[in-house]
Design a protein around this ligand. Structure first.
Ligand SMILES: N[C@@H](CCC(=O)N[C@@H](CS)C(=O)NCC(=O)O)C(=O)O
Length: 279
């Protein structure tokens, strides 16, 4: 592991790191906030997955999470949103596909299948790497994220409830099969067979695999992507039908930005801490 930088923050350490990933075949950057409690014992992990066009830096510098993670003793992990620097044809043509748009899935279509494996990278490789290199508890983890990262948090959380006991999201893409961002990404990474898309759609997954833990979702009413891309009501209907506890909150006047995230991040950290710190 290469340390890019480490700085003291709220009594803990905010660091940026790089490692060679076998899931993506590239060097991957990630950020970790170690709360002060990690100096004396292992602490639960909370992943925060960022959205389209973002990097490991975006939530780290814009969400304002560290002060609350320090208070509750949670270690924060912010991965990048895709492999980078591969020079695959078409990788940098659009901001919503390829670089910065890995969609937290494992691609099966060429030329993406070899490297665009952010699903197993986050849930398996990076998590294992953090456990080996930081003072984190192997039995306690949560996952959250924004927009495309909210889609990642919901789908990875629903698929691995044994690993991620707590799940939340800001303005997530709740039904990617039914929105342009998701249709474009799934066609490109997974191909035309739509039966394969269901594994990466939170609204489809929750019908099959509801969990016991309450999912918290915050959504701004003035979010310019809400109508066309996000579809929280479809997820809500599926949760109600499947018996999945859901706390979906709408907020008047808030948009899709990190100013919205900053305004409600404390509630999300408390949501995760209440589940992860219960023993
Ligand atoms: N580039 C897009 C916007 C992309 C966007 O809003 N990305 C969100 C995630 S979906 C984000 O968090 N951007 C980074 C930021 O706000 O700092 C556009 O021009 O409409």
């Amino acid at each position: 592991m290469e340390i890019i930088s480490e700085q003291k923050c709220f009594g803990g350490v905010q660091g940026f790191y790089q490692h060679a990933s076998h899931s993506t075949g590239t060097n991957m950057r990630f950020a970790v906030f170690q709360p002060p409690q990690a100096k004396t014992g292992s602490v639960p992990l909370l992943f925060f997955l960022a959205g389209l066009t973002c990097t490991e830096e975006t939530a780290t510098i814009k969400a304002g999470m560290q002060q609350f993670a320090a208070k509750h003793g949670l270690m924060l992990v912010m991965p990048d949103t895709s492999p980078r620097g591969l020079d695959i044809s078409g990788e940098d043509d659009d901001w919503d596909f390829g670089t910065g748009a890995g969609f937290y899935l494992d691609a099966i279509r060429l030329p993406w299948a070899k490297n665009y494996n952010m699903g197993s990278y986050v849930s398996n490789e990076l998590r294992g790497f953090i456990l080996n290199n930081f003072n984190a508890r192997p039995d306690k983890a949560g996952i959250s994220g924004h927009s495309m990262g909210g889609h990642g948090a919901l789908t990875i959380g629903l698929k691995h409830p044994d690993i991620f006991q707590s799940v939340s999201a800001f303005a997530p893409i709740c039904a990617p099969i039914q929105c342009p961002w998701g249709q474009k990404a799934f066609t490109g990474y997974l191909g035309e067979d739509k039966s394969l898309w269901r594994e990466y759609d939170a609204t489809e997954l929750v019908r099959q695999h509801p969990t016991q833990n309450m999912i918290l979702i915050d959504q701004g009413n003035e979010d310019g992507f809400l109508e066309e891309q996000l579809h929280p009501h479809l997820f809500e209907t599926a949760c109600n039908a499947a018996g999945q506890p859901l706390n979906l909150r709408f907020h008047e006047g808030y948009d899709h930005s990190y100013y919205f995230i900053q305004s409600f991040i404390e509630d999300h950290i408390e949501h995760h801490a209440a589940i992860l710190n219960n023993d």
